[in-house]
Structures are given as C-alpha cells and as structure tokens.
Design a protein around this ligand. Structure first.
Ligand code: FES
Ligand SMILES: [Fe+2]
Length: 432
C-alpha cells in the first residue's frame, strides 16, 4: 500500500513534477522506427510525459523530435511538409531542422536575422533495436546510452512492438514485476506453465534497478529459476523464450518498456532479440493483437473480447491472445481495469507481491534521492561505468544444490560486473 502522497509522487510525470524531472534524465523509448520508415516520410505525432511532440526523418535520415506547436504562432507541425532537410510549417512556411534550428522564415523581409534568435524545443534521439529513444532532460546532462547486450545487435536479430495503454505507466510496469500472475492471468487449460508449486520470491537492489527472482521446485530435486530485471525507470527484462516455450531463454529475452504518454496513458514497447540468429517474420506474435494507431483489437470498449465459454473451457480469462505468447489482452485488462490512475492507498498487498513492493520502494528511493540533489541511479555518464552485462533475464531449470553458483554473472553493480562473466552465461549446465 502507498500513501496518497507516495502514489502521486510515483505516478505524475509532467514537466516540473519530481518523477517527471527524474524520467527526463533517462533515454526513454518514444516511438518505433517503423513509424518514420524513410527519409522525408510523413511526420508523426508523439505525446511523451505530457508533452506534445512531432517526430520526422529528414532527407539525410536524421530523426527530429520537436515540440508540435510551431514557434511562430503555434500551428501543429504534424501537418507540415517534410522536405529538403527539414520540416516546414504549413501556415507561414517556417522551416525547422532535426535539432530545432529555424532554417527559414520566408514571410520575413530578405536579410532578416529573426530566425536566429528563435530556438524551438527539440530533443536528441537514438535509434536502437527498431525503437527511437528520446532524451528530454537538460542538454548538459545527456547520459550515455546504456550498453545493454542487445543495444549493439544487428536490426534483423531484434523486433519491437508498441501498444497504447489507457492507464498510468506504473500499472503496466508493476505487472511486469509480478511473477505470480503468470499462474493465473495467463493460464491456459491446454498446457501447464511450470508453476504448480508456490514460488519463493527473492529481490535484490542493483545499480540498474531491482533483480527479481522466482524459484520453484522442479522434478528430481531441481529448481526452476526465473530471473527478471526491473531497469530504471520504466522497463523490465522478462524471460520470454523463443518458439513458444517459457523454458528456453538461452537465445534471448524481452524487455518491456512503459513510457508515460501522460498521467493516464502509456505506451508499452515490447522489445525482443535473438543472440544467435535473425528473427523469423511470424515470431513477434504480439503484432497480431495490435491494430491501426497501435491500439489493441481487444480493449475495454469490447470487454477485451472476453468469451465466457472459452473462460470455462480454454483459458483463465476467456480472452484470445491472437497466437500463443502475446498475452496483451490479459495484461491490459488486468491493468487498465484498475482505472486510469489507480489509488494504491486502497490495495492489500501480500507476500507474493514482493516484486511490486521492491520495485516501488526502489523507485521511491531514487526519486527522493533525486529531490535531494543526488545523481539518479542507472544514469551513466562515464564510459568506464557503462557495463550492463549484469542486466539480464532467463528462465531455466538448475540441477545444482545452489543454483546461484551456476550464474556468477548476477552482479549487483557495473563495478562487480566488469570483473565478471556475462550474466546470461551458464557455467556448468547446458540449457534445455
Ligand atoms: S504558425 Fe508556423 S509558420 Fe506561422
Ligand atoms: Fe502478464
């Protein structure tokens, strides 16, 4: 349970709020690369942390992320012309480059230097793994992009999807840090997830966020180990295996981001990668559940397409998942039906909510430290500290008496990780 004040502190992200200022210190996924696929393609509207922006790809392929309202008299640049190295407002022709510089004010007298005195709000971007990340904080504080193991992979080994959520970012994020819902919300009566026994939960604070561990007894005295990572400020690395099994994550995992659109909407970005091979076209199963405008086919307006007969006979929710493993409808129903901004002073948390509790506490600690003027955790500015091998996720069966001995890469900080082997490397037992 959170007090109303704590709930407000964690969930409000407009400019000027503590969490809003904290979020602006990180690289956040803003849109998918596919939304602005080619040079000079149409611009798109992007709303982030309560700010209305427009994204475009210029003639040279550079991405601009600008305030949507033209600096002249406020017309939306979304309707602008993307031409010859800049975006031109349709009202009086002011033209902006990707950095927000005003290149042209054609209605002003020849020789006017007026344009040089205008600076239009623009944010730097990085394109990684099919997503466009934005940094919306003070320019002099721009951090390095974290050196996650997936950040340097070729595009064909990555996939990313986006779906709009009609609720605050924290509701979605908490769902990712909540291992116990797997045995209920996503249960199918046609196959069993390895979840028959009550799991034992452990969490540990790390420099990137919180490591979340769920341990279950497996046959023959073995242990089913599920490790997720909450990554500050809005992501969770989760062990979603390839080929429809939750047991083989040796090839990669997924990272789910919940970027605040505003306080009552968020954009869920699901990123996945394969360490060894290109992604097959039908592998990103979640795509089947998402329609035009990145809206899910199953949503609150149609009761998430719930079918009560299916609920009796096929799966726990009675909702289609548009192909095994998408789960989007289930998660969205669970988190959106709490309301657009859940009041956490009304909840009752149990032992199985340890993950949610730990993640909230870590976020509260980080935002309160930030309010005291401290540098936020997981904002990396020195190349020597940009080590992320300990940010990982997997689900495997361990035969070892002490499962941890098989995963020496689970360090708690970049310093420790630097001296270590990669977190995903299994030292003694091949994954099955
Ligand atoms: S409002 Fe954009 S050029 Fe005048
Ligand atoms: Fe889920």
């Amino acid at each position: 349970m959170l007090s109303k004040e704590q709930n407000q502190l964690l969930t409000q992200t407009d400019r000027g709020t503590p969490m809003g200022e904290l979020m602006r210190r990180y690289w956040l996924p803003a849109l998918l690369s596919e939304e602005i696929p080619a040079p000079d393609c149409p611009p798109v509207q992007v709303r982030l942390l309560g700010e209305d922006l427009v994204a475009f790809r210029d003639t040279n392929g550079r991405i601009g992320l600008l305030a949507e309202a033209c600096s002249h008299r406020g017309t939306s640049l979304f309707y602008g012309r993307n031409e010859e190295g800049g975006l031109r407002c349709i009202y009086h022709g002011w033209k902006y480059d990707a950095e927000g510089r005003v290149l042209d004010t054609p209605a002003e007298p020849a020789g006017s230097t007026f344009r040089q005195r205008v600076s239009h709000p623009a944010y730097p971007t990085r394109e990684v793994g099919g997503m466009v990340f934005a940094y919306m904080g003070p320019p002099e504080r721009e951090p390095l992009f974290p050196a996650y193991e997936w950040a340097g992979l070729p595009a064909e080994q990555c996939y990313a999807t986006k779906a709009i959520q009609d609720c605050n970012y924290l509701q979605g994020l908490e769902g990712e840090c909540d291992s116990s819902h797997l045995s209920f919300l996503h249960r199918s009566f046609r196959f069993e997830l390895p979840s028959d026994t009550a799991p034992r939960y452990e969490t540990e604070d790390t420099d990137f966020g919180v490591r979340l561990i769920a341990l279950r007894d497996a046959p023959g005295g073995a242990t089913y180990v599920r490790v997720s990572s909450f990554i500050l400020p809005v992501a969770c690395a989760v062990p979603v295996g390839r080929g429809g099994t939750s047991l083989d994550t040796s090839e990669g995992y997924e990272v789910h981001f919940y970027t605040p659109i505003d306080d009552t909407h968020s954009a869920r970005f699901d990123f996945g990668f394969n360490r060894r091979r290109p992604i097959e076209p039908d592998e990103p199963v979640r795509r089947r559940a998402i329609g035009p405008g990145y809206r899910r086919f199953a949503n609150a307006a149609n009761h998430y397409l719930q079918d009560r007969e299916k609920q009796r006979t096929e799966n726990y929710t009675g909702m289609t998942d548009f192909g095994f493993g998408s789960f989007l409808a289930h998660d969205s129903c669970a988190t959106e039906s709490m309301g657009p901004l859940y009041d956490r002073s009304r909840e009752h948390l149990g032992v199985s909510d340890l993950g949610v509790i730990s993640v909230r506490r870590r976020l509260l600690d980080v935002v309160q430290a930030f309010q005291r003027g401290e540098q936020p955790a997981h904002v990396v500015t020195e190349p020597a500290r940009n080590v992320m091998t300990h940010v990982t996720s997997f689900a495997e069966i361990s035969d070892a008496a002490n499962w941890r001995a098989e995963y020496p890469g689970l360090a708690s900080s970049a310093e420790e990780a630097r001296a270590d082997v990669p977190g995903h490397a299994r030292v003694s037992v091949a994954s099955r």
